[in-house]
Design a protein around this ligand. Structure first.
Ligand SMILES: Cc1cc2nc3c(=O)[nH]c(=O)nc-3n(C[C@H](O)[C@H](O)[C@H](O)COP(=O)(O)OP(=O)(O)OC[C@H]3O[C@@H](n4cnc5c(N)ncnc54)[C@H](O)[C@@H]3O)c2cc1C
Length: 378
């Protein structure tokens, strides 16, 4: 599939998803409690057949789902994405027993998933994580330490947890574990964040895990984390593009009807040019997201670079577009409950999570220099 165009069937599916999000998901999202997992919303995502697609289609489909849902209901979008982020390591690296037990429940929305990588002392520098997995008998470990800023914590039903099995080994000494929320010694608390979805901290007090709980291989867990982020980073970009498009469309409607200076706001060239710039940047970001997702699906060698570029470009663009939309709406955009007031709160965190913008620049530069060195060595 060329990166720059969608099939008519994909365009139709996106329109159908936006309508579903507005009609079936938005009302459930509005009934949710801020900062709490909205289980009826997740169950509806399962009933609509959207959650199972996380495991049956590729990155392009994931991006189209995220963009379309974000356009009409960011809460539904994020609920879907978090099921994918938490469960992808199980889908890609789980044992048959782990997959059999958890994936059907994630897909029908009865089990809530979470991805627990960040710690108080290891955010951008994730390879410095220190949650200790200490040997306990020949077949097990005990997990001791903390995770923080974990979406869906502490209400998730299971966590993909990245823990240090080999001290001082950096990225090479990390193991991924599937930890059910009811394991002895695991507790958590909610954090009150400028982010509409639930985020919390986890405390591990000698939590027992065995070889049956490992995802992939011991000491190879960092690859599980990075492989998951390669898939999800472009789709964070898709989330951002959906928000930018919603802000742009609201701005077109508002500036076309708002009376000012004996005409409409859109008659002012400064306003019209600002709207044109918002549209230009949104479309550029969308193309970059589609290109990165298509590269992932085709197994292209430059996925980490493209994923980082897409996430960086789209999340920074969405911040610009939503901010400009607020400006062109004036005071009404800042009223609690206005679409733009909601988007203004939603748009900030994606520039930080799954790798801050500066971290994405670091990945892009590292990949560029590696490509350059490979060319020089020929
Ligand atoms: C709403 C929300 C949800 C989240 N959900 C999850 C989740 O589900 N699971 C999970 O594991 N984590 C989650 N996180 C955590 C997130 O991944 C981290 O916040 C992120 O990786 C940054 O880590 P930090 O906050 O510790 O910032 P730090 O690592 O302390 O960095 C602070 C700032 O320093 C700058 N900086 C850092 N490194 C570099 C660099 N190499 N070069 C230049 N500048 C740099 C950047 O400006 C960065 O924002 C979430 C965060 C938020 C806000």
């Amino acid at each position: 599939m060329p990166a720059f165009s969608l099939e008519p069937a994909q365009v139709a599916r996106c329109a159908q998803l936006r309508a579903l999000a507005a009609e079936r998901l938005r009302p459930l999202a509005e009934k949710g409690e801020p900062g709490r997992v909205n289980r009826p919303l997740v169950a509806e995502l399962g009933r609509l057949g959207l959650l199972p697609r996380l495991f049956t289609t590729g990155a392009v489909d994931l991006c189209l789902m995220r963009e379309s849902l974000a356009y009409a209901c960011t809460e539904a979008e994020t609920a879907l994405a978090l099921q994918g982020l938490g469960a992808h390591p199980v889908h890609a690296h789980g044992t048959p027993a782990q997959r059999r037990h958890w994936l059907p429940r994630v897909a029908d929305g009865t089990a809530i998933a979470a991805f627990a990588l960040s710690e108080p002392g290891a955010g951008s520098d994730a390879a410095a994580l220190s949650l200790a997995a200490e040997r306990d008998g020949s077949d097990g470990w005990r997990l001791t330490g903390e995770k923080c800023w974990i979406s869906n914590a502490p209400e998730a039903d299971f966590y993909t947890v990245f823990a240090r099995t080999t001290p001082q080994a950096g990225a090479r000494g990390v193991t991924a574990f599937l930890v059910p929320a009811d394991r002895a010694g695991l507790t958590g608390s909610a954090l009150d964040m400028l982010s509409p979805h639930p985020v919390g901290a986890l405390r591990f007090d000698g939590v027992p895990v065995t070889a049956d709980d490992v995802l992939g291989e011991p000491d190879r867990g960092f690859r599980v984390a990075m492989g998951t982020l390669d898939l999800f980073r472009p789709s964070v970009g898709a989330f951002a593009v959906g928000m930018a498009q919603a802000a742009l469309d609201a701005t077109l409607a508002h500036t076309a009807r708002r009376d000012a200076f004996d005409g409409k706001l859109s008659d002012l060239q400064a306003v019209a040019h600002q709207v044109a710039e918002m549209a230009l940047r949104t479309e550029a970001a969308r193309l970059m997201v589609h290109a990165a997702a298509a590269a992932y699906d085709s197994g292209a060698p430059d996925v980490p670079k493209r994923a980082a570029m897409a996430k960086l470009c789209a999340t920074e663009t969405a911040q610009y577009v939503v901010d400009a939309a607020v400006q062109l709406h004036g005071a009404r955009a800042l009223c609690r409950g206005h679409l733009l007031e909601h988007l203004y709160r939603e748009v900030r965190a994606p520039r930080i999570y799954e790798g801050a913008s500066e971290v994405q620049r670091g990945i892009i530069a590292r990949e560029l220099y590696a490509e350059h060195a490979a060319l020089e060595a020929r």
